[in-house]
Design a protein around this ligand. Structure first.
Ligand code: PLP
Length: 259
């Protein structure tokens, strides 16, 4: 029996990306690199390459519940990471799953677009996440374009989006990687009014799976018992290094090198 020394288990409810850059593969690799064990539970399948997504199919609720139930009945889930959900029904399915995991930290990456811009869910999925999942989540990790959709402020600044979203969630990390300033400002907002800004050098190129890498690393760090602010800083640092070392195996975006 090996239980006393097992690595913390992170339940990942995310989509599958056959290019291996984003989605569940990103989660598994990032979590392995933190010394955690990923329990990859598929919410959706996508058809895509490193350029863009051409199609996706959301799994039936029963299949997702059955996968999650199998994991929860067997493994000590220490944190949950949400990625692509793909439908409003899947938001409700995740809520039902989280009822079985009260007080387990939940990191929500509100995935609505692939790195190449293709849709991975209608904006209504984001609004359902905001209304129903944010209240049970520890933190959400939107990039600024995602935060603008969620806050329904198309040209809003990070501060304006945070003000609109913090009534729904205790902590919000709005990343700045999609802008064009020479430095990237990643801002961690808390409902108590505190703000931490983490600044890093902008790297050239565009990346496939950076948001997945960040959110799963953050979930892993929380599963390891790190405090929230420290976990955010560790996750941002690790993600930056995976982008610095990224590879360009295909015709499109770079794939983060996570291991
Ligand atoms: N989840 C899945 C299944 C995806 O296919 C993608 C992008 O293609 C994402 C999440 C989001 O990727 P990123 O981390 O680049 O925002």
């Amino acid at each position: 029996m090996k239980t006393p020394t097992s690595r913390p288990v992170v339940l990942c409810l995310s989509g599958h990306d056959p290019s291996g850059g984003a989605g569940l593969q990103a989660d598994i690799e990032a979590l392995l690199a933190q010394g955690c064990h990923a329990a990859p539970t598929v919410t959706a399948l996508t058809v895509q390459d490193t350029v863009d997504v051409s199609d996706f199919r959301v799994l039936d609720r029963d299949w997702v519940m059955a996968q999650a139930n199998a994991v929860i009945a067997d493994l000590p889930v220490a944190a949950v990471k949400l990625g692509m959900l793909g439908s409003v029904e899947m938001v409700d399915t995740v809520l039902d799953i989280m009822r079985k995991l009260p007080s387990v930290p939940l990191v929500c990456d509100p995935v609505l677009r692939a790195g190449g811009g293709g849709a991975l869910g209608r904006d209504e999925v984001g609004f359902a996440m905001r209304e129903r999942l944010f209240p049970v989540a520890t933190i959400a990790t939107p990039n600024l374009p995602e935060a603008q959709i969620l806050a329904e402020l198309p040209n809003g600044t990070a501060d304006q989006c945070a003000e609109k979203l913090l009534p729904y969630i205790g902590h919000l990390l709005i990343t700045g990687g999609h802008g064009d300033e020479t430095e990237v400002h990643n801002r961690l907002y808390a409902r108590d009014g505190s703000l931490h800004t983490f600044t890093c050098q902008r790297l050239p190129g565009s990346y496939h799976g950076s948001g997945c890498t960040l959110a799963s690393t953050l979930a892993g760090r929380l599963a390891l018992g790190e405090s929230l602010t420290s976990a955010v800083e560790s996750a941002l640092d690790y993600t930056w290094r995976t982008l610095r070392d990224a590879e360009a195996p295909g015709h499109g975006q770079y794939i983060p090198r996570r291991l």
